[in-house]
Design a protein around this ligand. Sequence first.
Ligand code: NAD
Length: 282
Amino acid sequence: MDVQVFGVVGGGTMGNGIAHVAAQTGFPVLLCEVDAALGAKALKTIEKNLQRGVDKGKTTADEKAAVLGRIKTTTRLEDLSGCEIVVEAVVENFDVKKKVFQTLDAACGPGTVLASNTSSISITKLAATTKRPGKVIGMHFMNPVPVMQLVEVIRGIATEQAVLDAVMALARKMGKMPVEVNDYPGFVSNRVLLPMINEAVYCLMEGVGTPEAIDTVMKLGMNHPMGPLALADLIGLDTCLFILNVLHDGLGDPKYRPCPLLIKMVDAGHLGRKSGRGFYAY
Ligand code: NAD
């Protein structure tokens, strides 16, 4: 894929990271946010993250300025019409994503690839809302995007082979390791991760161990860099619950049923780091 302009929709946690890495690769980036203030906030975050690299000696002030200079923001999805690829990273809500995809589908040229960074929503279902299902694909970056190596590339039922090959090559060019997977609920990453987190919450609910005990067993015993409860707090307990519901509904197997303690914590507003309280206090 010969990328002249790399489009990103949503400049939150994931979107600003994707824009950062795309600009670092050398692509001009056009980032669409809902309003100018949120666009400016995304740029500020990218600037801060680049500065961290300068402070650590991993990049130079000139390189930082060049990367920032390649990122422009807009509030109109239609402005992304000339992009060769657009990666959508808006909230994990099918109706919001559907509207974004349909607007992009109407605005963009027939060759534009529309990718979603969704954690769990069906790529096949999103693709079916457009007139270009062959050009719709999952490009699932990991958080934090500038640091994490993996991109899970999800092939929807209609995704063209050439589009898959091009996106795999693009991810490599961006310095990432792409892994191709098929479109089933949770893909591979969250299909494997979320049942583990859910089981850790059951262990806590049943009094098998304290949060510290459960996390320490998994860190020191299994060599995980973070325990599952600390990781759940990082991801957000509402997001964990949302993904478990996708697995439960989509696969119909009771083994995916969300732990009642997880549901209770979300009901209480204890969402993890972002609310200041989850399995741990922040
Ligand atoms: P976020 O809430 O931090 O950011 C979403 C951004 O999208 C917000 O800034 C919002 O203003 C913007 N937005 C919403 N509607 C928009 C629209 N119509 N046009 C332009 N911008 C719009 O969310 P996030 O954590 O960055 O997640 C984004 C996507 O990435 C979700 O699908 C999520 O499942 C997925 N994801 C998240 C993580 C994670 O760890 N946070 C990891 C992998 C994948």
